[in-house]
Design a protein around this ligand. Structure first.
Ligand code: FE2
Ligand code: FE2
Length: 326
């Protein structure tokens, strides 16, 4: 079926400086901005970009872990993993709904993901090679998500902030189930310990990259901070994650793969080595180990679900006709 060519939306009118000043005063006073409130076109655009990327990340993030559901070692592990992956679907749908309150259609967002225009978290372009990866992803990736999202729960846009409060509760469960897998493997056989250490070695640096480019290379940060869409910089959040994670690694006797990791008594921070930003740029520009595989899987799932969408629309139309006739 041919889709009609889309006409580009008209350019938004320039923002009235008086309205911008009133908006910024509300933000400074800690007020929450709601969908029907006036907001600068740029605020709307930045939020749409950020929330859509977040929603896409939740959905694509189901793929690396979904891959291990059939191979979970026990029924309990399988139940937890299914519940976690299902939660991620819920997070994605929840944030897509939030994004729609900014006036963008979900179809449009999904199309941008499927044709490669939209970005999602770089971490999901790495493969999951062993069962230990399920533990390490829960511990590191959901752990990093909590650090990020706890701060986003205080973001200035009401629907996004409220979504984060609920999502963070579930992320805590995700992190615990992951850390529990790691703690169990750490007490296991030499082969289990080696499998765990290998997963940690592969996921540590990509997890640090999840917080995005360093502040000096993050062009959107200043504006997002001023409008309180973000409340902390990428580097501040990354440092917090490292500070929280190092003692957790020590507690289960595993090594984080960074010879430069050391505690600074003055700042009370765990200092860490240089991140490989060239690798980060490659992965976000579509050339990571699994970018193509992930997009192909999403596109295939969407195509295979076409009959469900058609049936749902036909059912809704039929109900509408029945209600009209009554
Ligand atoms: Fe999530
Ligand atoms: Fe999660």
């Amino acid at each position: 079926m041919a889709t009609p060519a889309k006409t580009p939306p008209p350019a938004p009118p320039a923002d009235d400086p008086a309205l911008v000043a009133a908006f910024e005063a509300r933000i400074a006073a800690g007020e929450s901005i709601e969908p029907k409130d006036w907001m600068p076109a740029r605020y709307r655009k930045q939020l749409t970009r950020m929330m859509a990327q977040h929603a896409h990340s939740e959905i694509v993030g189901m793929l690396p872990e979904g891959n291990w559901i059939t191979r979970a070692p026990t029924l309990r592990r399988k139940m937890s993993l299914i519940a976690k992956v299902q939660d991620e679907a819920g997070h994605g749908l929840y944030i897509y709904c939030g994004t729609e309150t900014l006036g963008v259609e979900r179809d449009e967002l999904v199309e941008q993901l499927h044709d490669g225009r939209a970005k999602y978290s770089s971490i999901f372009n790495y493969p999951t090679l062993s069962w230990a990866d399920m533990g390490v992803i829960g511990w590191f990736v959901d752990g990093a998500a909590i650090v990020n999202q706890t701060v986003l729960a205080k973001a200035s846009y009401g629907p996004y902030a409220r979504a984060m409060v609920r999502i963070c509760k579930e992320e805590n469960f995700h992190k615990r189930q992951g850390y529990e897998i790691c703690a169990t493997l750490a007490k296991g056989t030499p082969a289990q310990r080696a499998m765990l250490q290998d997963a940690i070695d592969r996921f540590w640096w990509p997890s640090l990259m999840m917080f995005g480019p360093s502040d000096k290379d993050s062009p959107n940060s200043a504006e997002l901070l001023r409008w309180r869409v973000k409340r902390k910089t990428n580097d501040e959040l990354r440092q917090r994650f490292v500070n929280l994670t190092v003692p957790q690694a020590q507690a289960i006797g595993v090594t984080l793969p960074d010879p430069d990791l050391r505690f600074n008594e003055e700042t009370k921070n765990w200092e860490f080595g240089e991140i490989d930003w060239a690798e980060f740029r490659e992965v976000i520009s579509g050339n990571g180990p699994c970018n193509r595989e992930r997009l192909a899987a999403r596109n295939a799932a969407h195509a295979e679900g076409a009959w469900v969408r058609e049936a749902a629309l036909a059912h809704a139309a039929k109900r509408h006709r029945t209600t009209e006739a009554a």
